[in-house]
Design a protein around this ligand. Structure first.
Ligand code: ADP
Ligand code: MG
Length: 588
């Protein structure tokens, strides 16, 4: 009878090489582990040198605590660590390392020299060749610890074949170097590749560190830092303003307790925070440093520690969204505040005009270049008041006043290209995109008080099994968005719309196809639904607006907190008086 291979216990050296492969798969991993050790040793300055993308040599020099001869002799043994001693320590990790296997793994697959001094006077040197750890000998020079790892995988050619080009490996080393440096701005870092200094990061604060780490990319004016303390954790965000964005998530980086991790849900939370401010499919630059009580994190679930288990993940997710939303809201408020101050001054001057001529109180005026629409008769103030009351469904303080027609601080000049409403306001010319503005006004109303309308006859539609299951769980969320759904009790895979938002009156079929196609989170549903309703219900390009409607639209657009459409496009652009004068070289 033939026999398969017998089970044998592996030779310890082979076993160690297999284990090494798990931690050390490419030069980047060595840079990561050596930096972790240098940081854990309390260094204030760390230099990294790589040659051939780290394949022929990686050297890390630190000025940290160093090791005495005894520790040096042990540090390359398997499971040798000074960072934990009991199982319970695993649940309160405050250091980057704790497994005691990084140096042992490197020793198994490369040639290594470690020079270390615990007191800056006596240095010992340890060498590892052919997997053999020699006894440390006095001599060498180090202010803390200097580790050099040479000829990576010389003993495991199979693994060496998997390495990419030296350029690609060097780029990967630099990426991990930056990830480490971002989390420790209080440490000075230098990165050399093939003898050239590629990055010199002086001690800085977190924001400056981000700017320094990407010198070609970032201008500080596009970034701000936000701190939020939330009970058992805190958030420190370095985030871009809404005018800087990209179409992927590659610059959304999450750090938990100074360790960069891949956490899609938290990256998504940052996307949600920005969603109202950026065009669809666009993402910010955001570096989120989350500090959590170590007892709430399990960092021991991934070989490269790129994933963690966070016991308060939900809460962190929620706070991340809220903190960003609030920050962007305040940012857009302070942008508006400037223009508001100017607006005050202007209102004051138009008040003085008012006493001279009560009739010009509605400050929009007919454009001389555009003939008035033929149906327009001369109208009384009372007619305007009534018309405005009918036009505007939501109460606003200005319109509630029974005494007076609102004093507007702008003049409506007319429409351009069937798209822009031209408005003069405080020495500036606003070109307001009529569709985008109206869309956002409706969107805002839907999100703040979505008025429902019951349908006389419920609208019945069929759904797939997936949608049926989804709606069974999420009909309440639609109801919160004023779309009231009911499962048809008689017919399989059939649902009915009982009520819809007021603005969705004539676009029922679009709503149906939205419901049939979208199975996202509550937030995605609301956003997507409101965005498509407001897009359909808003005035279009080419629609001619009478002056009253235009002025009303402009006034409400100016009252928006965030002057961007639901897709994140700006609603208007501004040309200042100064810019116009400059354009024709006129002296101001
Ligand atoms: P870990 O970091 O998980 O403890 P390592 O194999 O990376 O395991 O390192 C083993 C031990 O060697 C560490 O616990 C630490 O005591 C010591 N060590 C390693 N690098 C340094 C360094 N740069 N400075 C001081 N001590 C170090
Ligand atoms: Mg370590």
């Amino acid at each position: 009878m033939s026999h398969g291979p017998r089970i044998r216990q592996l030779d310890p050296i082979i076993a160690q090489r297999i284990a090494a492969g798990e931690v050390i798969d490419r030069p980047q991993a060595i840079v990561r582990e050596l930096l972790d050790n240098a940081i854990d040793a309390g260094s204030t300055r760390i230099d990294v040198y790589i040659e051939d993308g780290g394949i022929s040599s990686i050297k890390v020099i630190d000025d940290g605590s160093g090791m005495d001869r005894e520790d040096l002799a042990l540090c390359c043994r398997s499971h040798a660590t000074s960072k934990i001693s009991e199982v319970s320590d695993l649940y309160a990790i405050r250091t980057l390392g704790f497994r005691g296997e990084a140096l042992a793994s490197m020793a198994a697959c490369s040639k290594m020299t470690i020079m270390s001094s615990p007191d800056r006077e006596h240095t010992n040197t340890l060498t590892v060749t052919e997997g053999l750890i020699e006894d440390p000998v006095p001599g060498g020079y180090a202010k803390g610890t200097t580790i050099e790892v040479r000829d990576l995988f010389y003993s495991i050619p199979g693994r060496k074949n998997f390495l990419k080009s030296p350029q690609a490996e060097a780029a990967a080393c630099k990426r991990v170097f930056i990830d480490k440096a971002l989390a420790f701005p209080q440490i000075e870092f230098r990165f050399f590749s093939s003898g050239t200094l590629k990055l010199f990061l002086r001690k800085a604060d977190a924001l400056q560190r981000v700017i320094d780490a990407f010198p070609k990319k970032f201008d500080p004016v596009f970034f701000s830092s936000v701190h939020q303390q939330c009970g058992s954790f805190s958030l420190d965000l370095i985030c871009s303003t809404t005018s800087l964005y990209r179409n992927d998530r590659s610059y959304i980086k999450i750090f938990v307790n100074d360790r960069r991790i891949d956490d899609y849900a938290l990256m998504q939370a940052i996307g949600y925070g920005y969603a109202d401010h950026l065009p669809g499919g666009c993402f910010p630059y955001c570096f989120a440093f989350i500090t959590v009580d170590p007892e709430l994190v399990d960092v021991n679930i991934h070989p490269a520690k790129r994933e963690i288990k966070l016991r308060i993940a939900q809460e962190v997710h929620h706070q991340l969204v809220q903190t960003i939303k609030q920050h962007l809201y305040q940012e857009s408020r302070s942008e508006l505040r400037d223009s508001y101050t100017r607006q005050q001054a202007f209102t004051f001057s138009s008040e003085s005009q008012k006493s001279r001529s009560p009739a010009v109180r509605t400050a929009y005026r007919p454009s001389s270049s555009q003939p008035a629409p033929s149906h327009r008769e001369p109208v009384s103030d009372q007619w305007i008041k009534d018309a405005q009351a009918i036009f505007s469904p939501g109460p606003t303080p200005a319109r509630e006043s029974k005494q007076d027609v609102p004093v507007r601080d702008f003049s409506y000049l007319g429409q351009l290209f069937g798209v822009f409403l031209l408005v003069e306001r405080d020495q500036e010319l606003y070109l307001i995109d009529q569709h985008a503005a109206h869309e956002k006004i409706i969107y805002h109303e839907l999100s703040t008080h979505p008025a429902k309308q019951q349908l006389l006859v419920p609208l019945s539609f069929s759904v797939s099994e997936a949608t049926d299951r989804y709606l069974t769980l999420h009909a309440d969320e639609y109801a919160a968005s004023a779309v009231v759904l009911r499962k048809d009790p008689q017919q399989e895979l059939t649902w009915e719309i009982m009520a819809l938002p007021y603005y969705a009156k004539s676009i029922e079929s679009e709503i149906v196809s939205f419901i049939q196609q979208h199975l996202g989170s509550a937030e995605e549903i609301t956003r997507g639904l409101f965005a498509s309703i407001s897009c359909r219900a808003a005035v279009k390009e080419g629609d001619v607006l009478d002056e009253l409607t235009a002025a009303e639209l402009i006034e409400r657009a100016f009252a928006l907190e965030v002057p961007r459409c639901p897709h994140g496009r700006p609603i208007w652009t501004i040309i200042t008086r100064e810019e116009l004068f400059k354009a024709v070289q006129r002296i101001i």
